[in-house]
Design a protein around this ligand. Structure first.
Ligand SMILES: O=C(O)CCC(=O)C(=O)O
Ligand SMILES: [Fe+2]
Length: 286
């Protein structure tokens, strides 16, 4: 990767904050890409297709070696771990890119999800992946939870590239009101004729090259096209928490969000996948 210039980095940061995503080209080097293609192919080839996750394709959670040694594996039922995960989540080129665009306090979940659309696999429904909608952080104008993605093949509309509706991490649209919780049994049971699979006038396609780093705000509405090619389309996805509550990005120059000023008033809360009063609250407050 050629390093981002300060101006390019600023443009990426502004895009992440405004639109809810940005793409940094050429972060994963060829050798890492090849090792992950080999590893993910071996996992995918060895495991029967799971119809419960047919729209994501596959949903394998691979733990880092660190997590395995600590004995706190995520999805221990799957029993999957690899030192490749440690290498990927610690990748210096990705850390550099995240630092350059001003991401602070980044903490990885230390897992990699292998989400692989098989050849001729169906589209992925519209959804967002944020899990803390009842916490005031859900209204913040900067992201607190992001997913970093690398696609292992070049993606296009034809083979199932990512799609997004820019700005929906901060703004409610009618689609929010018809979406069941992401990845739960209700949405998995829907047919592809359901509106959660429909095209949307504000949707944009995000085709990328293999090894580009895609950074998404967890709150953003996104989906993926069907894979109409004869080759699997594999994605490696890592979750990170950033800007720990109630911290403020060092570069934040706009007025402080009201919820930050009142942070001490907020107590405990339940996890929730359903956007409530906090979606768009800061925008509404101006
Ligand atoms: O398949 C993709 O491109 C996106 C996957 C995704 O957003 C998810 O599984 O939550
Ligand atoms: Fe997602």
């Amino acid at each position: 990767m050629s390093k981002l210039s300060p101006v390019e980095a600023l443009v990426k940061r502004e895009q992440l904050v405004r639109d809810g995503f940005c793409i940094i080209p050429g972060v994963l080097d060829d050798s890492m890409l090849e090792r992950w293609i080999e590893y993910s192919d071996s996992v995918l080839d060895a495991t029967p297709h799971n119809p419960d996750t047919k729209y994501q394709g596959s949903d394998f959670h691979i733990n880092s070696r660190r997590r395995y040694l600590r004995g706190d594996m995520h999805r221990p039922d799957l029993g999957l771990w690899s030192p490749l995960v440690d290498e990927l989540v610690d990748l210096p080129a990705a850390d550099e890119a995240c630092e350059a665009i001003g991401i602070e306090g980044k903490e990885s979940d230390d897992t990699v999800l292998i989400l692989s659309k098989p050849a001729q696999g169906p589209a992925l429904y519209w959804h967002q992946d944020f899990m803390e909608w009842d916490h005031p952080k859900a209204s913040l104008p900067w992201p607190t939870r992001i997913f970093l993605s690398y696609y292992l093949v070049d993606t296009t509309v034809e083979n199932g590239c990512l799609r997004a509706i820019p700005g929906t991490h901060l703004k409610r649209i009618p689609l929010h009101d018809i979406l069941p919780a992401a990845h739960g049994p209700e949405i998995q049971a829907l047919d592809t004729s359901h509106p959660v699979f429909a095209d949307h006038p504000d949707a944009i396609d995000l085709p990328v090259k293999a090894g580009d780093l895609v950074i998404n705000d967890a709150r953003l509405l996104h989906a993926a096209h069907a894979n109409r090619s004869n080759q699997r389309r594999t994605l490696l996805l890592q979750w990170h928490s950033i800007f720990p509550w109630p911290g403020v990005p060092s570069w934040w120059a706009r007025p402080l969000p009201e919820v930050i000023q009142r942070a001490s008033e907020f107590g405990s809360y339940e996890m929730s996948r359903i956007p409530g009063k906090y979606l768009g609250a800061e925008r509404a407050a101006g």
